[in-house]
Design a protein around this ligand. Sequence first.
Ligand code: AMP
Ligand code: ZN
Ligand code: FE
Ligand code: FE
Length: 282
Amino acid sequence: MVIDLHTHTNFSDGTDTPTELINKALAAGIKVIGLTDHDSTGGWQEATAALRPGIALVPGAEISCQTTDGISVHILGLLFDSSNTELMNTLEKTRENRHGRMEKIIARINQAGIDISMKDVLEQLSDGATLGRPHLADALVKKGVVASRDEAFAQMLHNNSKYYVAHYSPTPEAAIKLIKAAGGVSVIAHPMASHRGRTISLETFGSLIEAGLDGIEVDHRDHSPDEKAQLIALARQANLVMTGASDYHGNGKLNQLGEYTTEPAQWERLESTANARRVLAI
Ligand code: AMP
Ligand code: ZN
Ligand code: FE
Ligand code: FE
């Protein structure tokens, strides 16, 4: 049974529609697919409508968080109740704040003499989708400033760039508690993806576990074998679920559906931790 719990669509910075995602996942032999757009549940409805026999949908979101010492952390919330007002309000606040943040990044890029506007960036975004740096990257590609999203991130948009501006985000501890209060489960995404910027300390890990973290995404293309070994040891010690996933973004990244997967026993444990059965299937 192939289980891939972390993917994106054009409701954030992926390039496939939710319908395309479900169709491609079916074709790739995936039986359980997690839909985890950044700070959004906007794709759930279309993905649910696209379901066919043979594939089940795990509704979720990848919540952008920031620790009190300024480290970016992504928390996957899965199987939560999307009518939970507190959690939905937090996601909405993050989505809205990403627009002001984008204006600031654009102003910095303009100051460096590069001509790009908010309009150029918004043209790269589907209606109602979560705005992110990948859309700015796409606009820079269209303008001929860089050749690809990857080049845009490597040269201009990475977290240590002079153009970088953060957006509002909850602390990971707050996100974990919000997900739990909404009946869902939380998994820290790619915790050791060091090329993205600073990663959390063991001490912060302890604080997330204390807050109620359910799982660790171990198998991910941004982790080296040594980093995976460290995460496996940590998960065993803290009795956390271990997951693996593709973090698929359509054409936006090289990540392929099902390139890393979650063991059925790990998934069963995670699923049974949610306060209701929320996996969707026909
Ligand atoms: P943001 O959410 O606006 O801070 O942008 C971060 C997102 O950009 C991440 O969640 C990734 O999905 C994406 N990203 C990061 N690095 C790259 C890269 N090198 N190529 C394409 N997308 C990237
Ligand atoms: Zn993304
Ligand atoms: Fe992420
Ligand atoms: Fe992701």
